[in-house]
Write a new protein. Structure first.
Ligand code: ATP
Ligand code: MG
Ligand code: MG
Ligand code: MG
Length: 440
Protein backbone atom coordinates (compact mmCIF):
# COMPACT_ATOMS: atom_id res chain seq x y z
CA UNK A 1 0.00 0.00 0.00
CA UNK A 2 1.25 3.47 -0.89
CA UNK A 3 0.62 5.88 1.93
CA UNK A 4 -0.28 8.64 -0.54
CA UNK A 5 -3.28 6.57 -1.62
CA UNK A 6 -4.14 5.06 1.76
CA UNK A 7 -6.47 6.40 4.40
CA UNK A 8 -4.47 6.82 7.60
CA UNK A 9 -5.89 9.79 9.48
CA UNK A 10 -3.23 10.08 12.22
CA UNK A 11 -3.75 12.66 14.94
CA UNK A 12 -0.96 14.93 16.14
CA UNK A 13 -2.66 15.81 19.40
CA UNK A 14 -3.33 13.33 22.14
CA UNK A 15 -7.11 12.98 22.35
CA UNK A 16 -8.33 14.22 25.72
CA UNK A 17 -11.08 11.62 26.11
CA UNK A 18 -8.71 8.65 26.05
CA UNK A 19 -7.61 7.50 29.50
CA UNK A 20 -5.39 4.55 28.63
CA UNK A 21 -2.53 4.04 26.21
CA UNK A 22 -4.26 1.65 23.83
CA UNK A 23 -7.25 3.93 23.37
CA UNK A 24 -5.01 6.96 22.85
CA UNK A 25 -2.83 5.13 20.38
CA UNK A 26 -5.74 3.64 18.43
CA UNK A 27 -7.18 7.13 17.98
CA UNK A 28 -3.83 8.72 17.20
CA UNK A 29 -2.92 6.01 14.70
CA UNK A 30 -6.23 6.48 12.89
CA UNK A 31 -7.46 2.95 13.63
CA UNK A 32 -10.94 3.75 14.91
CA UNK A 33 -13.44 6.55 15.09
CA UNK A 34 -16.11 6.68 17.74
CA UNK A 35 -19.61 6.74 16.25
CA UNK A 36 -21.43 6.99 19.58
CA UNK A 37 -20.74 5.85 23.14
CA UNK A 38 -19.08 2.43 22.99
CA UNK A 39 -19.71 2.11 19.23
CA UNK A 40 -16.87 2.46 16.76
CA UNK A 41 -16.14 2.59 13.07
CA UNK A 42 -13.04 0.65 12.15
CA UNK A 43 -10.73 2.57 9.84
CA UNK A 44 -8.37 0.76 7.46
CA UNK A 45 -5.43 0.23 9.83
CA UNK A 46 -7.62 -0.92 12.71
CA UNK A 47 -9.64 -3.18 10.46
CA UNK A 48 -6.49 -4.79 9.07
CA UNK A 49 -5.28 -5.71 12.57
CA UNK A 50 -8.69 -7.03 13.54
CA UNK A 51 -8.84 -9.16 10.37
CA UNK A 52 -5.46 -10.68 11.24
CA UNK A 53 -6.71 -11.54 14.71
CA UNK A 54 -9.81 -13.11 13.18
CA UNK A 55 -7.65 -15.15 10.80
CA UNK A 56 -5.63 -16.57 13.69
CA UNK A 57 -8.83 -17.42 15.56
CA UNK A 58 -10.26 -19.19 12.50
CA UNK A 59 -7.05 -21.15 11.88
CA UNK A 60 -6.81 -22.34 15.46
CA UNK A 61 -10.48 -23.26 15.59
CA UNK A 62 -10.09 -25.29 12.40
CA UNK A 63 -7.10 -27.05 13.92
CA UNK A 64 -9.21 -28.01 16.94
CA UNK A 65 -11.92 -29.40 14.64
CA UNK A 66 -14.52 -26.70 15.27
CA UNK A 67 -16.95 -25.66 12.56
CA UNK A 68 -17.66 -22.03 11.59
CA UNK A 69 -21.19 -20.70 11.13
CA UNK A 70 -22.70 -17.21 11.13
CA UNK A 71 -25.78 -16.33 13.14
CA UNK A 72 -27.68 -13.04 13.01
CA UNK A 73 -27.04 -10.04 15.23
CA UNK A 74 -30.79 -9.53 15.64
CA UNK A 75 -32.98 -12.25 17.03
CA UNK A 76 -36.47 -12.73 18.32
CA UNK A 77 -37.09 -12.84 22.06
CA UNK A 78 -38.96 -16.17 21.75
CA UNK A 79 -35.96 -18.44 22.28
CA UNK A 80 -34.84 -16.42 25.27
CA UNK A 81 -38.22 -16.92 26.88
CA UNK A 82 -37.74 -20.68 26.62
CA UNK A 83 -34.70 -20.51 28.88
CA UNK A 84 -35.98 -17.68 31.07
CA UNK A 85 -33.07 -15.46 30.15
CA UNK A 86 -35.21 -12.80 28.45
CA UNK A 87 -36.21 -11.49 31.83
CA UNK A 88 -33.06 -12.56 33.68
CA UNK A 89 -30.50 -10.91 31.40
CA UNK A 90 -31.27 -7.40 32.54
CA UNK A 91 -30.34 -4.04 31.11
CA UNK A 92 -27.24 -5.13 29.22
CA UNK A 93 -29.56 -6.59 26.60
CA UNK A 94 -30.62 -4.14 23.92
CA UNK A 95 -34.29 -4.77 23.24
CA UNK A 96 -35.87 -3.65 20.01
CA UNK A 97 -39.45 -3.75 18.76
CA UNK A 98 -40.04 -4.30 15.05
CA UNK A 99 -42.88 -2.71 13.04
CA UNK A 100 -45.13 -5.66 13.79
CA UNK A 101 -44.69 -5.10 17.52
CA UNK A 102 -42.54 -8.21 17.90
CA UNK A 103 -39.88 -8.14 20.58
CA UNK A 104 -36.41 -8.49 19.16
CA UNK A 105 -32.97 -8.15 20.66
CA UNK A 106 -29.42 -7.52 19.54
CA UNK A 107 -27.46 -10.68 20.37
CA UNK A 108 -25.31 -10.31 23.51
CA UNK A 109 -24.40 -14.05 23.43
CA UNK A 110 -25.93 -16.85 21.40
CA UNK A 111 -26.52 -20.00 23.48
CA UNK A 112 -30.25 -20.04 22.65
CA UNK A 113 -29.79 -19.33 18.95
CA UNK A 114 -27.23 -22.06 18.44
CA UNK A 115 -29.14 -24.58 20.57
CA UNK A 116 -32.16 -23.97 18.33
CA UNK A 117 -30.04 -24.74 15.25
CA UNK A 118 -28.78 -27.88 16.95
CA UNK A 119 -32.17 -29.23 18.03
CA UNK A 120 -33.64 -28.65 14.56
CA UNK A 121 -30.89 -30.60 12.82
CA UNK A 122 -29.22 -33.16 15.06
CA UNK A 123 -31.00 -36.14 16.54
CA UNK A 124 -28.46 -38.90 17.06
CA UNK A 125 -25.44 -39.28 19.31
CA UNK A 126 -23.61 -40.47 16.18
CA UNK A 127 -23.44 -36.86 14.99
CA UNK A 128 -21.52 -35.84 18.13
CA UNK A 129 -19.16 -34.39 19.13
CA UNK A 130 -19.97 -31.10 17.45
CA UNK A 131 -18.62 -27.62 18.10
CA UNK A 132 -20.05 -24.70 16.15
CA UNK A 133 -18.60 -21.22 16.39
CA UNK A 134 -18.88 -17.81 14.81
CA UNK A 135 -17.09 -14.48 14.79
CA UNK A 136 -19.91 -11.98 14.95
CA UNK A 137 -20.79 -8.59 16.41
CA UNK A 138 -22.42 -8.55 19.80
CA UNK A 139 -24.17 -5.77 21.62
CA UNK A 140 -24.26 -5.27 25.36
CA UNK A 141 -25.58 -2.04 26.71
CA UNK A 142 -22.67 -1.66 29.11
CA UNK A 143 -23.37 0.77 31.91
CA UNK A 144 -19.93 2.31 31.53
CA UNK A 145 -18.46 1.84 28.06
CA UNK A 146 -14.87 3.00 28.24
CA UNK A 147 -11.27 2.56 27.20
CA UNK A 148 -12.22 2.56 23.53
CA UNK A 149 -12.75 -0.90 22.06
CA UNK A 150 -11.81 -2.54 25.36
CA UNK A 151 -15.29 -2.05 26.75
CA UNK A 152 -17.48 -1.22 23.82
CA UNK A 153 -21.21 -1.66 23.59
CA UNK A 154 -20.95 -3.13 20.11
CA UNK A 155 -17.97 -5.48 19.93
CA UNK A 156 -16.70 -8.39 17.87
CA UNK A 157 -16.63 -11.74 19.63
CA UNK A 158 -15.74 -15.25 18.68
CA UNK A 159 -18.33 -17.42 20.36
CA UNK A 160 -18.24 -21.20 20.16
CA UNK A 161 -20.62 -23.84 21.49
CA UNK A 162 -19.94 -27.53 22.00
CA UNK A 163 -22.56 -30.29 21.95
CA UNK A 164 -21.63 -33.61 23.50
CA UNK A 165 -23.30 -36.79 24.65
CA UNK A 166 -21.73 -37.00 28.09
CA UNK A 167 -20.21 -34.77 30.69
CA UNK A 168 -16.83 -36.40 30.05
CA UNK A 169 -17.04 -35.60 26.34
CA UNK A 170 -18.08 -32.02 27.10
CA UNK A 171 -15.13 -31.65 29.47
CA UNK A 172 -12.91 -32.83 26.65
CA UNK A 173 -14.40 -30.04 24.52
CA UNK A 174 -13.65 -27.64 27.38
CA UNK A 175 -10.05 -28.80 27.53
CA UNK A 176 -9.74 -28.63 23.75
CA UNK A 177 -10.87 -25.02 23.86
CA UNK A 178 -8.40 -24.21 26.60
CA UNK A 179 -5.56 -25.63 24.52
CA UNK A 180 -6.64 -23.91 21.33
CA UNK A 181 -6.98 -20.59 23.15
CA UNK A 182 -3.47 -20.88 24.57
CA UNK A 183 -2.19 -21.31 21.02
CA UNK A 184 -4.40 -18.52 19.71
CA UNK A 185 -3.19 -15.88 22.16
CA UNK A 186 0.46 -16.88 21.87
CA UNK A 187 0.28 -16.46 18.10
CA UNK A 188 -0.84 -12.88 18.75
CA UNK A 189 2.26 -12.29 20.85
CA UNK A 190 0.27 -12.32 24.07
CA UNK A 191 0.54 -14.14 27.33
CA UNK A 192 -3.05 -14.82 28.41
CA UNK A 193 -3.23 -16.73 31.67
CA UNK A 194 -6.17 -19.05 32.32
CA UNK A 195 -7.67 -18.23 35.70
CA UNK A 196 -10.51 -19.78 37.65
CA UNK A 197 -13.42 -17.40 37.36
CA UNK A 198 -17.08 -16.77 37.96
CA UNK A 199 -19.63 -17.85 35.38
CA UNK A 200 -21.93 -14.79 35.53
CA UNK A 201 -24.97 -14.71 33.23
CA UNK A 202 -23.86 -17.75 31.18
CA UNK A 203 -24.13 -20.13 34.16
CA UNK A 204 -22.36 -23.35 35.18
CA UNK A 205 -19.52 -24.00 37.61
CA UNK A 206 -16.61 -24.89 35.40
CA UNK A 207 -15.11 -21.80 33.90
CA UNK A 208 -11.79 -20.16 33.20
CA UNK A 209 -11.08 -16.67 32.03
CA UNK A 210 -7.97 -15.79 30.04
CA UNK A 211 -6.25 -12.71 31.36
CA UNK A 212 -3.54 -10.49 29.97
CA UNK A 213 -1.72 -8.83 32.82
CA UNK A 214 -1.82 -5.04 32.47
CA UNK A 215 -2.06 -2.19 34.94
CA UNK A 216 -5.06 -0.80 33.11
CA UNK A 217 -6.96 -4.10 33.26
CA UNK A 218 -10.41 -3.98 34.82
CA UNK A 219 -10.10 -7.31 36.67
CA UNK A 220 -8.24 -7.86 39.89
CA UNK A 221 -6.30 -11.13 39.83
CA UNK A 222 -4.31 -13.24 42.26
CA UNK A 223 -1.79 -15.81 41.09
CA UNK A 224 1.30 -17.86 41.68
CA UNK A 225 4.09 -16.15 39.72
CA UNK A 226 5.08 -19.60 38.41
CA UNK A 227 2.10 -19.43 36.00
CA UNK A 228 3.76 -16.59 34.11
CA UNK A 229 6.62 -18.93 33.20
CA UNK A 230 4.40 -21.34 31.28
CA UNK A 231 4.25 -21.23 27.50
CA UNK A 232 2.53 -23.54 25.08
CA UNK A 233 5.04 -22.96 22.29
CA UNK A 234 4.94 -24.98 19.11
CA UNK A 235 4.43 -28.39 20.68
CA UNK A 236 2.40 -30.95 18.76
CA UNK A 237 -1.09 -31.58 20.02
CA UNK A 238 -3.68 -34.13 18.99
CA UNK A 239 -6.99 -32.48 19.76
CA UNK A 240 -8.81 -35.82 19.72
CA UNK A 241 -6.56 -37.15 22.46
CA UNK A 242 -8.49 -36.62 25.70
CA UNK A 243 -5.58 -37.38 28.00
CA UNK A 244 -3.26 -35.03 26.16
CA UNK A 245 -5.71 -32.10 26.29
CA UNK A 246 -6.44 -32.84 29.94
CA UNK A 247 -2.70 -32.84 30.62
CA UNK A 248 -2.34 -29.35 29.16
CA UNK A 249 -5.28 -28.11 31.23
CA UNK A 250 -3.65 -29.48 34.37
CA UNK A 251 -0.29 -28.00 33.51
CA UNK A 252 -1.80 -24.55 33.02
CA UNK A 253 -4.48 -24.49 35.72
CA UNK A 254 -3.21 -26.45 38.70
CA UNK A 255 -1.28 -23.57 40.19
CA UNK A 256 -3.22 -20.83 41.91
CA UNK A 257 -4.58 -18.20 39.50
CA UNK A 258 -7.97 -16.63 40.14
CA UNK A 259 -9.95 -13.50 39.48
CA UNK A 260 -11.25 -11.58 42.47
CA UNK A 261 -14.74 -13.16 42.30
CA UNK A 262 -13.35 -16.59 43.14
CA UNK A 263 -10.25 -15.53 45.07
CA UNK A 264 -9.81 -17.31 48.39
CA UNK A 265 -7.13 -15.68 50.51
CA UNK A 266 -6.71 -18.67 52.84
CA UNK A 267 -6.16 -21.05 49.92
CA UNK A 268 -3.86 -18.56 48.25
CA UNK A 269 -1.65 -18.42 51.31
CA UNK A 270 -1.77 -22.17 51.86
CA UNK A 271 -0.92 -23.06 48.26
CA UNK A 272 1.55 -20.39 47.20
CA UNK A 273 4.84 -19.58 48.92
CA UNK A 274 4.90 -15.94 49.93
CA UNK A 275 7.59 -14.89 47.47
CA UNK A 276 5.51 -16.18 44.56
CA UNK A 277 2.19 -14.56 45.58
CA UNK A 278 1.11 -11.84 43.18
CA UNK A 279 -1.90 -9.60 42.96
CA UNK A 280 -2.28 -7.53 39.82
CA UNK A 281 -4.70 -6.21 37.22
CA UNK A 282 -5.69 -8.09 34.10
CA UNK A 283 -7.65 -7.71 30.87
CA UNK A 284 -10.14 -10.50 30.20
CA UNK A 285 -9.60 -11.56 26.58
CA UNK A 286 -11.60 -14.78 26.65
CA UNK A 287 -13.58 -17.21 28.75
CA UNK A 288 -14.60 -20.86 28.51
CA UNK A 289 -17.59 -22.46 30.23
CA UNK A 290 -19.01 -25.90 30.81
CA UNK A 291 -22.66 -25.70 31.83
CA UNK A 292 -24.01 -29.19 31.14
CA UNK A 293 -27.69 -29.29 30.25
CA UNK A 294 -28.58 -25.76 31.37
CA UNK A 295 -29.83 -24.83 27.88
CA UNK A 296 -30.42 -28.22 26.27
CA UNK A 297 -32.91 -29.29 28.91
CA UNK A 298 -35.35 -26.35 28.78
CA UNK A 299 -34.98 -26.11 25.00
CA UNK A 300 -35.41 -29.84 24.40
CA UNK A 301 -32.07 -30.26 22.64
CA UNK A 302 -31.80 -34.02 22.95
CA UNK A 303 -30.18 -36.76 20.92
CA UNK A 304 -30.95 -40.42 20.79
CA UNK A 305 -28.30 -42.17 22.87
CA UNK A 306 -26.73 -45.58 22.12
CA UNK A 307 -29.59 -47.26 24.00
CA UNK A 308 -32.20 -45.48 21.86
CA UNK A 309 -33.36 -43.19 24.67
CA UNK A 310 -33.33 -39.39 24.25
CA UNK A 311 -30.77 -37.54 26.36
CA UNK A 312 -30.20 -33.78 26.63
CA UNK A 313 -26.79 -32.84 25.27
CA UNK A 314 -23.98 -31.52 27.45
CA UNK A 315 -22.84 -28.11 26.37
CA UNK A 316 -20.35 -25.37 26.98
CA UNK A 317 -19.63 -22.01 25.42
CA UNK A 318 -16.35 -20.34 24.69
CA UNK A 319 -15.65 -16.72 23.87
CA UNK A 320 -12.76 -14.62 22.61
CA UNK A 321 -12.96 -10.83 22.66
CA UNK A 322 -11.74 -10.19 19.12
CA UNK A 323 -12.15 -6.41 19.06
CA UNK A 324 -10.99 -6.08 22.70
CA UNK A 325 -7.83 -7.96 21.73
CA UNK A 326 -6.77 -5.12 19.43
CA UNK A 327 -6.62 -2.87 22.48
CA UNK A 328 -5.20 -5.55 24.76
CA UNK A 329 -2.31 -6.25 22.39
CA UNK A 330 -1.46 -2.55 22.32
CA UNK A 331 -1.67 -2.31 26.13
CA UNK A 332 0.86 -5.15 26.28
CA UNK A 333 3.10 -3.83 23.51
CA UNK A 334 3.81 -0.12 23.10
CA UNK A 335 6.27 2.57 24.14
CA UNK A 336 6.19 6.35 24.38
CA UNK A 337 6.43 6.69 20.59
CA UNK A 338 3.57 4.41 19.72
CA UNK A 339 2.42 0.89 19.06
CA UNK A 340 4.78 -2.08 18.63
CA UNK A 341 2.88 -4.78 16.73
CA UNK A 342 3.78 -8.40 17.32
CA UNK A 343 4.57 -10.02 13.94
CA UNK A 344 1.49 -12.23 14.19
CA UNK A 345 -1.01 -9.38 13.96
CA UNK A 346 0.85 -6.49 12.35
CA UNK A 347 -1.21 -4.65 9.72
CA UNK A 348 1.81 -4.47 7.36
CA UNK A 349 5.00 -6.46 7.57
CA UNK A 350 7.24 -3.45 7.00
CA UNK A 351 7.22 0.24 6.33
CA UNK A 352 9.32 1.86 3.62
CA UNK A 353 10.43 5.42 4.23
CA UNK A 354 11.60 7.37 1.22
CA UNK A 355 13.89 10.12 2.52
CA UNK A 356 13.89 12.07 -0.72
CA UNK A 357 10.62 11.70 -2.51
CA UNK A 358 10.94 12.90 -6.11
CA UNK A 359 14.61 11.98 -6.46
CA UNK A 360 14.51 9.51 -9.38
CA UNK A 361 17.02 6.99 -8.04
CA UNK A 362 15.61 7.02 -4.48
CA UNK A 363 12.08 6.66 -5.82
CA UNK A 364 13.03 3.77 -8.04
CA UNK A 365 14.94 1.98 -5.24
CA UNK A 366 11.83 2.28 -3.03
CA UNK A 367 9.58 1.03 -5.80
CA UNK A 368 11.88 -1.93 -6.36
CA UNK A 369 11.86 -2.92 -2.68
CA UNK A 370 8.12 -2.40 -2.44
CA UNK A 371 7.46 -4.67 -5.42
CA UNK A 372 9.94 -7.33 -4.39
CA UNK A 373 8.41 -7.55 -0.92
CA UNK A 374 5.03 -8.10 -2.57
CA UNK A 375 6.50 -10.89 -4.68
CA UNK A 376 7.68 -12.50 -1.43
CA UNK A 377 4.17 -12.25 -0.01
CA UNK A 378 5.08 -9.44 2.38
CA UNK A 379 2.87 -6.41 2.44
CA UNK A 380 4.65 -3.11 2.95
CA UNK A 381 3.35 0.35 3.68
CA UNK A 382 5.38 2.67 1.48
CA UNK A 383 5.53 6.25 2.73
CA UNK A 384 5.76 7.98 -0.64
CA UNK A 385 4.49 11.33 0.57
CA UNK A 386 6.48 14.53 0.10
CA UNK A 387 6.98 14.91 3.85
CA UNK A 388 9.98 15.62 6.07
CA UNK A 389 11.92 12.57 7.21
CA UNK A 390 11.10 13.36 10.86
CA UNK A 391 7.36 13.28 10.20
CA UNK A 392 7.66 10.02 8.29
CA UNK A 393 9.62 8.40 11.13
CA UNK A 394 7.12 9.62 13.70
CA UNK A 395 4.23 8.11 11.73
CA UNK A 396 6.02 4.79 11.37
CA UNK A 397 6.86 4.70 15.08
CA UNK A 398 3.26 5.54 15.94
CA UNK A 399 1.68 2.84 13.79
CA UNK A 400 4.22 0.31 15.05
CA UNK A 401 5.16 -1.86 12.06
CA UNK A 402 7.85 -4.33 13.18
CA UNK A 403 10.35 -3.25 10.50
CA UNK A 404 11.23 0.02 8.83
CA UNK A 405 13.26 0.20 5.65
CA UNK A 406 14.75 3.64 5.23
CA UNK A 407 15.92 4.61 1.76
CA UNK A 408 17.93 7.76 1.02
CA UNK A 409 20.44 9.00 -1.55
CA UNK A 410 23.37 8.86 0.85
CA UNK A 411 22.99 5.18 1.62
CA UNK A 412 22.10 4.30 -1.94
CA UNK A 413 25.41 5.78 -3.11
CA UNK A 414 26.96 2.75 -1.33
CA UNK A 415 24.19 0.41 -2.44
CA UNK A 416 22.66 0.36 1.05
CA UNK A 417 19.43 0.99 2.86
CA UNK A 418 18.75 0.93 6.59
CA UNK A 419 16.68 -1.76 8.30
CA UNK A 420 15.32 -0.78 11.73
CA UNK A 421 13.54 -2.95 14.25
CA UNK A 422 10.63 -1.14 15.91
CA UNK A 423 10.94 -3.27 19.03
CA UNK A 424 14.65 -2.83 19.73
CA UNK A 425 15.22 0.41 17.84
CA UNK A 426 18.37 -1.12 16.37
CA UNK A 427 19.32 -0.19 12.82
CA UNK A 428 21.56 -1.94 10.37
CA UNK A 429 22.79 -0.86 6.96
CA UNK A 430 22.57 -3.46 4.24
CA UNK A 431 21.84 -4.07 0.58
CA UNK A 432 18.12 -3.97 -0.27
CA UNK A 433 18.18 -7.68 -1.17
CA UNK A 434 19.61 -8.52 2.24
CA UNK A 435 16.84 -6.58 3.98
CA UNK A 436 14.18 -8.37 1.96
CA UNK A 437 15.78 -11.72 2.77
CA UNK A 438 15.78 -10.81 6.47
CA UNK A 439 12.04 -10.11 6.46
CA UNK A 440 11.07 -13.36 4.77
P1 ATP B 1 -16.36 -8.41 31.07
O1 ATP B 1 -16.13 -9.12 32.37
O2 ATP B 1 -15.18 -7.66 30.58
O3 ATP B 1 -17.62 -7.58 31.09
P2 ATP B 1 -17.72 -10.70 30.16
O4 ATP B 1 -17.22 -11.69 31.15
O5 ATP B 1 -19.02 -10.07 30.39
O6 ATP B 1 -16.60 -9.55 29.96
P3 ATP B 1 -18.02 -12.84 28.21
O7 ATP B 1 -19.48 -13.06 28.25
O8 ATP B 1 -17.13 -13.80 28.91
O9 ATP B 1 -17.69 -11.34 28.67
O10 ATP B 1 -17.61 -12.68 26.65
C1 ATP B 1 -16.46 -13.25 26.04
C2 ATP B 1 -15.39 -12.19 25.75
O11 ATP B 1 -15.91 -11.07 25.04
C3 ATP B 1 -14.80 -11.59 27.01
O12 ATP B 1 -13.80 -12.43 27.55
C4 ATP B 1 -14.22 -10.28 26.49
O13 ATP B 1 -12.93 -10.49 25.96
C5 ATP B 1 -15.17 -9.90 25.37
N1 ATP B 1 -16.07 -8.82 25.81
C6 ATP B 1 -17.08 -8.91 26.69
N2 ATP B 1 -17.69 -7.73 26.86
C7 ATP B 1 -17.05 -6.86 26.04
C8 ATP B 1 -17.22 -5.48 25.76
N3 ATP B 1 -18.17 -4.79 26.34
N4 ATP B 1 -16.38 -4.91 24.85
C9 ATP B 1 -15.42 -5.64 24.25
N5 ATP B 1 -15.21 -6.93 24.47
C10 ATP B 1 -16.02 -7.56 25.36
MG1 MG C 1 -19.58 -8.17 30.94
MG1 MG D 1 -16.01 -11.12 32.85
MG1 MG E 1 -16.35 -13.42 30.75
Amino acid sequence: MRLSRYFLPVLKETPAEAQIASHRLMLRAGMIKQASAGIYSWLPLGLKVMRRIEAIVHEEQARAGHVPILMPTLQSSDLWRETGRYDAFGEEMLRITDRGGREMLYTPTAEELVTDIFRANVSSYRDLPLTLYQIQWKFRDEIRPRFGVMRGREFLMKDGYNFDLTEADAMHAYNRHLVSYLRTYERMGLQAIPMRADSGAIGGDNTHEFLVLAETGESEVFYDSAVTELTFGDREIDYDDMAQCQGVLEEFTTRYARTDETHDQAKFEAQVPEERRRSARGIEVGQIFYFGTKYSEPMGATVQGPDGKPVPVHMGSHGIGVSRLVGAIIEASHDEKGIIWPEGVTPFHAGIVNLRQGDPSTDSACEGIYKQLAVEGLEALYDDRAERAGAKFATMDLIGLPWRITVGPRGLANGKIELTSRRTGESEEMAPEAAIARLK
